[in-house]
Ligand binder design. Structure first.
Ligand code: FAD
Length: 258
């Protein structure tokens, strides 16, 4: 598996984001950061890449992502691609996966496509599966470790009750857990290599997508309401006697896992 495509999403770097009249996040004014699970996926790709391999990053988002994408070149990526077009605004997971699919097709065959397992803003966790389905390839979700076993990949997949290890051959989509890998810092050599490279930009037309296939128009779902709700503290009795406290805690834990 020589060619790895990584899908990264820019998410608000704060919890106090604004939405417009159609409940779309206002990303223009907000400071953005790469979604943490996507950084994890990118580090997995960079560590899996072999001598002749390439790592390409693709993101769909606003034009101001050019500079942060340049930074990813300095961390060792071979190509970075920005899908940006006003027509793409308000995309739901289906329209997002459609744009990513079109970019993946245009970029040429990838042996492995890595995504984060979920983005911290929309947090549906649907894009990796939808992308795989749109490309007609399998998807393995919630992976916390990827390693080579000859020409196959061993995928350690987190389940509620443990870890499942799958052996797979590409092409496939894998969604990576946020805690799995820490993205490396830019190195001197890769910073030098990055100097000659530029961010490639694709519009909807470049990807052969019509207005009806993009953004709000190309979406099957629409956010119709939104409210903030913080988990806060549990409204239970306060216990000052340690023995009674432990009993109460046991009862609570039994509620969660009888
Ligand atoms: P997830 O599926 O959680 O993302 C998983 C991975 O897919 C990411 O880690 C990344 O690797 C990749 N990925 C996702 N987006 C991009 C991107 N733009 N560029 C590159 N890679 C990407 N849409 C719906 O269809 N249904 C809903 O119920 C819904 N509810 C929403 C609620 C809120 C509060 C908000 C802000 C948005 C909602 N959306 C919903 C829209 C949805 O967030 C966007 O469609 C988004 O593009 C898909 O993102 P996600 O955050 O759900 O992705």
């Amino acid at each position: 598996m020589n060619n790895i495509l990584v899908c990264v999403k820019a998410v608000p770097a704060t919890t106090s984001v604004q939405v417009d009249g159609q409940y779309r996040l206002k990303r223009e004014g907000a400071s953005l950061q790469w979604n943490i699970a996507d950084e994890s996926a990118l580090e997995a790709a960079l560590s899996l890449k072999d001598k002749d391999g390439t790592v390409t990053v693709v993101t769909m988002g606003p034009p101001k992502l050019e500079a942060p994408l340049q930074d990813l070149l300095a961390r060792g990526c071979d190509r970075v691609v920005l899908i940006t077009d006003r027509l793409m605004a308000g995309a739901d997971t289906r329209a997002t996966a459609g744009a990513l699919r079109a970019a993946a097709k245009r970029l040429g065959p990838a042996d492995l496509i890595l995504c984060g397992r979920r983005a911290i803003d929309g947090e549906t966790g649907q894009v990796p599966g939808e992308l795989a389905s749109a490309l007609g390839i399998p998807c393995v979700s919630n992976v916390e470790k990827l390693e080579w076993e000859k020409d196959r990949l061993l995928l350690h997949r987190r389940l509620e009750t443990g870890v499942e290890v799958l052996s797979a051959r590409g092409p496939l989509v894998v969604s990576v857990c946020e805690y799995a890998y820490s993205l490396r810092l830019p190195g001197i050599l890769s910073m030098r290599r990055a100097r000659g490279k530029t961010v490639e930009r694709y519009s909807a037309a470049d990807l052969g997508l019509t207005a009806e296939q993009c953004g709000l128009k190309g979406s099957l779902t629409k956010v119709t309401a939104m409210e903030s709700k913080f988990p806060g503290l549990r409204n239970g009795p306060k216990e000052t006697d340690p023995a009674k406290g432990i009993q109460a805690l046991r009862a609570m834990l039994r509620e969660v896992q009888p």
